[in-house]
Design a protein around this ligand. Structure first.
Ligand code: NAD
Length: 258
C-alpha cells in the first residue's frame, strides 16, 4: 500500500464537535482534505453553515448540525441526524472548549460546573452516544479527544479547565481499553498554544511572552499544524495499533521544566 493511501479517508464519515471553533475548524478542514465526509457540530447555526460552505469549496461532502454538547439529548439527536444524512460514523473528534482565569479562591460552583460540563462531561456523553452507534454499525471507529498542555502539570490561572483536561486524558485511556474489543480506538491530541476564541483574553502580552519563552519551537502554533496528527489517528490504515495515546502537538512546551 502506498504511504499516502494509508492517510486516505475517502468513504469515511467524520464528526467534529466544536467544529465551528478555530482548532475544530482546522481539524474539520484537514479531515475533509483527506477525503472524509464531515459533520460539523456546534451551537451556532450560522458558524456551522459558514464552515460547511468552506468545506464544500474544497469539494468535500459536509453538513452542519447544531447542538449544545452539554445537553445529552442534543448529542443523541445530532448522532441520529448525521447517520441519517451521511451514513455510519467512523471518526469522532471532541473539540468543544471554554476557559476562564478566575483565581481559585473566587471560583464559584456555577463556573466550576459550567467548565467541567463543556470540557469534560460533554466529551464523556459524546463518547458514549457515538461509540454506541459505532458498535451498532459494526465497523469499528476512531475517537480523538482534544486535550491540552494544561492537562498536567496544570498551567497557572486555569484551574477548572486543567482539571477537566486531566479528566479527559484519564477518560481517553479508560475508553481505549473498554472499547478495544469493538475495534474502536480512542486517543487524545494535546495542543500547546494556538490563538483561538476561548483563550483570547487569557493570552495577554506577558503570558504570551512567557509561553513562547518556554516553548522550544519559539512560537505559538498554527491551527493547521494539528492536522497531521489528527488524520494519522483518524485513519485505521495509518494508526491501527495506536490506542490510548496522548499525542502532544506543542512545539516542545511540555518537554522541559526550566
Ligand atoms: N487554542 C489553544 O491554544 C488550545 C490549546 C489546547 C487545547 N485546546 C482545545 O481545543 C479545542 C478547541 O478550542 P479552540 O482553541 O479552537 O477554541 P474556540 O473557542 O475557537 O473553539 C471552541 C469551540 O467549542 C464550542 N463550544 C463551546 N461550548 C460548547 C457547547 N456547550 N456545545 C457545543 N460546542 C461548544 C464553541 O462554540 C467553539 O466552536 C478545545 O477543546 C480546547 O480546550 C485549545
Amino acid at each position: 500500500m502506498a504511504t499516502t493511501d494509508r492517510f486516505d479517508l475517502t468513504g469515511c464519515v467524520a464528526v467534529v464537535i466544536g467544529g465551528t471553533g478555530v482548532l475544530g475548524g482546522a481539524i474539520a478542514h484537514g479531515l475533509a482534505e483527506a477525503g472524509a465526509s464531515v459533520a460539523v457540530v456546534g451551537r451556532s447555526k450560522e458558524r456551522g453553515r459558514e464552515r460547511v460552505k468552506a468545506l464544500e469549496k474544497i469539494g468535500a461532502k459536509a453538513i452542519s448540525v447544531s447542538a449544545d454538547a452539554t445537553v445529552p439529548e442534543a448529542l443523541t439527536a445530532a448522532e441520529a441526524e448525521i447517520e441519517h444524512q451521511l451514513g455510519a460514523i467512523d471518526i469522532l473528534v471532541n473539540a468543544p472548549g471554554v476557559n476562564s482565569s478566575t483565581p481559585f479562591l473566587e471560583i464559584d460552583l456555577e463556573e466550576w460546573h459550567r467548565l467541567l460540563d463543556v470540557n469534560l462531561t460533554s466529551v464523556f456523553v459524546a463518547c458514549q452516544v457515538f461509540s454506541r452507534a459505532m458498535i451498532a454499525a459494526g465497523r469499528g471507529g476512531s475517537i480523538i479527544n482534544i486535550s491540552s498542555a494544561s492537562s498536567g502539570p496544570p498551567l497557572s490561572r486555569v484551574l477548572t479547565y486543567s482539571v477537566a483536561k486531566a479528566g479527559l486524558n484519564n477518560l481517553t485511556l479508560y475508553l481505549a481499553a473498554e472499547l478495544a474489543p469493538h475495534d474502536i480506538r480512542v486517543n487524545a491530541v494535546a495542543p500547546g498554544f494556538f490563538p483561538a476564541e476561548q483563550n483570547r483574553r487569557l493570552l495577554s502580552a506577558d503570558r504570551r511572552k512567557a509561553i513562547v519563552d518556554h516553548t522550544p519551537a519559539g512560537r505559538l502554533g498554527e491551527p493547521d499544524e494539528l492536522i497531521g496528527a489528527i488524520v494519522w489517528l483518524a485513519s485505521q490504515r495509518a494508526s491501527s495499533f495506536v490506542t490510548g495515546a496522548i499525542i502532544r502537538v506543542d512545539g516542545g512546551f511540555t518537554a522541559k521544566t526550566i
